[in-house]
Design a protein around this ligand. Structure first.
Ligand code: TRP
Ligand code: SF4
Length: 549
């Protein structure tokens, strides 16, 4: 399971993913995020810089009673989690969903995700847990027999940990017709070149494998078939490529795209803030006087005031425009030159801030209805309508309302949260082919005990040195077990272990003994609850045996 342990379980299963996974020419210190490969994440900071994942710490304060995995930095990153935090605070509807490939036994890495789902359910979310059996079959080559066996096991653990199946939804990809239909629809908005670029697919990639990608896209958007609502997908960072694609597809399905504009022509995301600055500089001072700022004035201002290098400008990464794949050329175009050129071409046209609704996929009736619904001063063009009175937020809400009323989905871009991967108990990566490196939720409690006592630590060579220098809790898989699992909600206890370790008051022998006992008790308790959950599972309308072969 390497670093993507929460998702990949049985590394001994034939991994057809490998061929595509390792095909990329990644540089040695480049971070590769690969949903089916063995992506290593040794520098989480790069995920922020290279992929635009945001730091979880920055939203932490907005989250009511954050989960201990959030408080301890195990959940380290997110996309658009603010929406979810706001929904929780304001008691607005939101959903959470994650999926599990039934390729082996559930283990302590999966428990993180199970706990995240359950926590969102306790916070009032409509929560979905799904078994990614189509993906396991297509991408991992598992037989339906193997898949059935593991499916039951994942569900038992999820229920045993507290998932409420009456409040939430559990499903298998293979029997969810709505998901499959949505996958088909979403497939109309993605082409092969794009999948090839994202996942390193090539001419040898099986069609079903590609189908499992659009199926996952459908999983991610499935909660919004009820109604458009913020949805969070808790996953490991290896799944981020899927999140980026899902956010793009959600936008591409929309009837309308709302942007901000300053004149009749289009600006790209890099040019827009430049023109905004010119407008603010020139129009400032007298709001009432309606002083017309002409496009040519703004062009002249930009050339005079701004340095030629785009690097020296503080350009936002356009966080609310998820469809970057739509306009790859905006990335290397030179914003200043582009903006000036467009402004000059527009000549004496006055600059006026406005919100613009583009017709992306709307039916003619829906576009008409939108035009009708835009209140106040507006201007109607061929494929878009500009409003001079609505603000961005009002415009977004209106666009969604019209879309939904005319049969569209109105998807909200899905959010995600990312957790750190656990280190293997034997040091290095957790690997499902090395049983000693991880603890399965099905391990006999005494076996769990033994694995913990045998684990590598961040301890020093001798007790003497340890007392003198302190242990290296940050490098210690045993400390991770405390922080991720054994200390539960008890921050004080986790902090105490850490402090005692790094100050040399705690020695590894005793520390492991304590952890081993806690692990043994956890496994015994969990397995008892799994047995109790059997009845609950049997009552659910969920095919535990597949008709497929
Ligand atoms: N691809 C995920 C994995 O590797 C499983 C999965 C399928 C999933 N659909 C999902 C995860 C939707 C999150 C959301 O395990
Ligand atoms: Fe790890 Fe505990 Fe040893 Fe510290 S004392 S290095 S936490 S095993």
């Amino acid at each position: 399971m390497d670093d993507d342990e929460p998702h990949e379980v049985d590394a001994s299963a034939p991994d057809r993913g490998e061929a595509v996974a390792d095909g990329g020419a990644e540089g040695a210190d480049e971070v590769a995020l690969d949903p089916w490969g063995s992506s290593t994440v040794d520098d989480y900071r790069k995920l922020f810089e290279e992929f635009g994942i945001e730091e979880f710490d920055e939203v932490l304060e907005e989250v009511p009673h954050p989960h201990y995995l959030m408080r301890r930095g195990v959940i380290f990153g997110h996309r658009d989690y603010r929406r979810i935090a706001a929904a929780m605070r304001e008691d607005e509807p939101f959903a959470a969903l994650s999926g599990f490939m039934p390729t082996g036994d559930p283990h302590v890495g999966h428990k993180l995700v199970f706990d995240e789902l359950i926590w969102h359910q306790e916070r009032g979310g409509d929560v979905y847990g799904l078994i990614a059996d189509l993906e396991a079959h297509a991408a991992r080559g598992l037989s339906w027999e193997e898949i059935d066996e593991h499916t039951e096991s994942y569900l038992l653990s999820l229920l045993a940990l507290g998932f409420d199946p009456e409040e939430g939804t559990l499903y298998r990809q293979s029997t969810n017709r709505e998901v499959q239909d949505l996958a088909f629809e979403l497939g109309t908005k993605a082409n092969f070149s794009e999948l090839a670029a994202i996942y390193d697919f090539d001419g040898e990639t099986e069609v079903s494998y590609m189908q499992s990608v659009v199926t996952q896209m459908a999983d991610i958007l499935y909660p919004q078939l009820v109604e458009p609502r913020p949805t969070v997908i808790p996953v490991g960072p290896d799944q981020d490529p899927h999140m980026r694609l899902a956010r793009d597809l959600a936008a591409r399905m929309r009837y309308f795209k709302v942007t901000e504009a300053y004149a009749s022509f289009e600006l790209d995301d890099a040019e827009r803030p430049l023109v905004a600055r010119a407008y603010e500089a020139l129009a400032s001072g007298d709001d009432d006087a309606e002083t017309d700022v002409r496009c040519t004035d703004a062009a002249a201002w930009l050339e005079a005031e701004l340095p030629d290098s785009p690097d020296s400008l503080d350009l936002p990464e356009s966080p609310d425009s998820p469809d970057t794949l739509d306009s790859p050329d905006s990335l290397d175009s030179r914003p200043l030159a582009g903006a000036v050129e467009k402004l000059e071409a527009a000549g004496k046209e006055p600059l006026r801030p406005r919100v613009r609704f583009f017709d992306r996929n709307a039916t003619p009736e829906a576009f008409e209805a939108l035009i009708e619904a835009v209140a106040g001063e507006k201007r109607v063009y061929e494929g878009h309508v500009d409003s001079f009175e609505l603000d961005r937020e009002e415009a977004e809400a209106l666009a969604r309302e019209v879309e939904v009323n005319h049969g569209g989905y109105g998807f909200v871009a899905p959010s995600s949260i990312y957790h750190r991967f656990m280190t293997g108990l034997t040091g290095g990566k957790m690997s499902s082919s090395v049983p000693a490196s991880h603890i399965s939720l099905l391990d006999d409690p005494s076996e769990g005990y033994d694995k913990v006592t045998a684990a590598t630590t961040g301890g020093r060579e001798t007790a003497e040195l340890q007392r003198e220098l302190g242990g290296e809790a940050d490098e210690c898989p045993v400390y991770e077990l405390y922080a991720y699992l054994l200390a539960g909600d008890d921050d004080e206890f986790a902090a105490e272990v850490y402090e005692e370790c790094v100050t040399g008051q705690r020695l590894c022998g005793d520390c492991k003994e304590q952890a081993a006992e806690l692990m043994e008790a956890f496994l015994a308790d969990h397995q008892e609850k799994r047995e109790e959950a059997r009845e609950l599972l049997a009552d659910l309308d969920l095919a535990l045996e597949s008709d497929r072969r």
